[in-house]
Design a protein around this ligand. Structure first.
Ligand code: ATP
Length: 194
């Protein structure tokens, strides 16, 4: 099974592009979403996160994201500890999910594909880009957040230049219909290559 990694900076439009691939019949695995599901459902992960962060890590069985984000913000070592609990489980879940797919390739959307070295396990990589100010504008519309928070996350991510150098395909996601036709081109090219 061919794995096509899909990545891009915060607010670039990864999920929007992933949905366009899905509409073409390509199975899509959204790693952040699956990680969130596992953190809310897996008893083992829940137990280990409570051991790490304390009982306040969950409120009525739901992950207390704000509480955890505050701890990580003050001590970055907690992020690594949390990742070592969650990432291996997501990797296993992805392997199992992949076995159920019967298409020539699958899309794996990972926000930090380069930053966590996940790109090394992908056959092809697509990076979604968009101008920084446009990304900020979109995120302020979508989320209850601030420009400062978005910029802090951007600072911890690779730049578009760094990502595109290591990518097989780049989707410049400004106008939705141009993005869709680029996605169709990439889809056809991947099918040709494999
Ligand atoms: P995150 O980094 O938070 O996971 P993302 O990269 O997956 O975000 P999306 O959620 O796909 O980005 O897009 C961010 C917001 O911008 C969404 O509200 C989406 O509907 C909107 N958006 C994405 N692409 C476009 C576009 N080409 N034109 C207009 N709006 C767009």
């Amino acid at each position: 099974m061919i794995i096509v990694g899909l990545t891009g900076g915060i607010g670039s439009g990864k999920t929007t592009v992933a949905k366009q691939f899905e509409a073409l019949g390509v199975p899509v695995y959204i790693a952040d979403l699956e990680a969130k599901n596992l953190m809310n459902k897996s008893k083992t992960i829940k137990r280990e996160l409570v051991e790490l962060f304390g009982k306040k890590a969950y409120i009525k069985g739901e992950l207390n994201k704000q509480f955890i984000a505050d701890i990580i913000f003050n001590d970055k070592s907690y992020l690594q500890k949390m990742n070592s609990i969650v990432h291996p489980r997501v990797a296993k879940h992805f392997e199992k999910w992949m076995l159920r797919q019967d298409t020539p390739y699958v899309i794996k959307e990972v926000a930090i594909l380069f930053e966590n070295n996940g790109y090394k396990t992908c056959d092809y990589i697509i990076t979604v880009t968009a101008p920084k100010e446009l990304r900020i504008e979109r995120l302020l519309m979508r989320d209850d957040t601030t420009k400062a928070k978005i910029e802090a996350i951007m600072k911890n991510q690779w730049t578009d230049d760094e990502k595109t150098k290591l990518s097989h395909y780049v989707v410049d996601n400004v106008d939705l219909s141009t993005t869709l036709s680029k996605v169709v081109d990439i889809h056809e090219d991947i099918l040709k290559r494999i």
